[in-house]
Design a protein. Structure first.
Length: 214
């Protein structure tokens, strides 16, 4: 796939949606929590869980760490898999506390490569979650790959269905300049194409990417 093709993808999507200002979150910490909770669920469910945490006035590192597993599970229940996510969120919170005492600015000073290795070592944090935290909360130039990205590329015959996360990520990062803002916006555009058009039952005829010459 050429850089020009990726540019065409982006231009078509951006003309359709305009700037999307993703990821929704009032603070980097909120974005991090959201990245854990959004695993295997729709964002609308995560929003309900985040709202619960805010209403309970516990959406900060210290208060979340003090919550019992039962109480945390109750608050994040709308995000689904709440018992599993309670463990994963607590694992991440302990990492954040040990690594920087919750000081996000201090965490940002570390290099992308080192931070990614540390995040992937946290039980329950996979590549997509780690990269979402790196890009959206820590403002590091790394491209996030998700199920929508894979589906879109595969349906346009740009990757094999079984292509690895690393292969798909490299496909973008070797053809786009390492720019955090552009990676952010590009991924957001793909997510919306996936939700609105490239569904399990696709709406190809109405999709902004329909008709591109490969």
């Amino acid at each position: 796939m050429s850089s020009n093709l990726l540019k065409q993808f982006y231009q078509r999507m951006f003309r359709h949606y305009g700037p999307l200002n993703w990821w929704p979150g009032e603070t980097p910490f909120e974005v991090m929590v959201g990245a854990i909770l959004t695993q295997n669920t729709a964002w609308a469910n995560v929003e309900k869980a985040i709202t619960n945490l805010k209403k309970a006035n516990v959406l900060n590192l210290r208060k979340l760490l003090r919550l019992s597993d039962v109480e945390m599970a109750r608050l994040i229940r709308p995000a689904g898999y709440f018992r599993v996510k309670t463990k994963r969120l607590k694992n991440f919170l302990k990492f954040l506390d040990a690594e920087c005492g919750g000081d996000i600015a201090k965490l940002k000073k570390q290099s992308l490569e080192i931070l990614r290795q540390k995040l992937l070592a946290v039980n329950g944090v996979g590549p997509e979650t780690a990269d979402s935290i790196l890009l959206y909360a820590l403002e590091k130039p790394i491209f996030v790959v998700d199920a929508y990205t894979r589906r879109i590329l595969h349906r346009h015959h740009l990757c094999k269905k079984e292509a690895s996360y690393e292969t798909l990520q490299k496909l973008f990062m070797t053809r786009l300049k390492p720019d955090m803002s552009h990676y952010n916006e590009y991924h957001a555009q793909l997510v919306n194409i996936g939700k609105d058009f490239c569904r399990t039952k696709p709406k190809c005829e109405k999709c902004p990417l329909n008709g591109l010459n490969w």
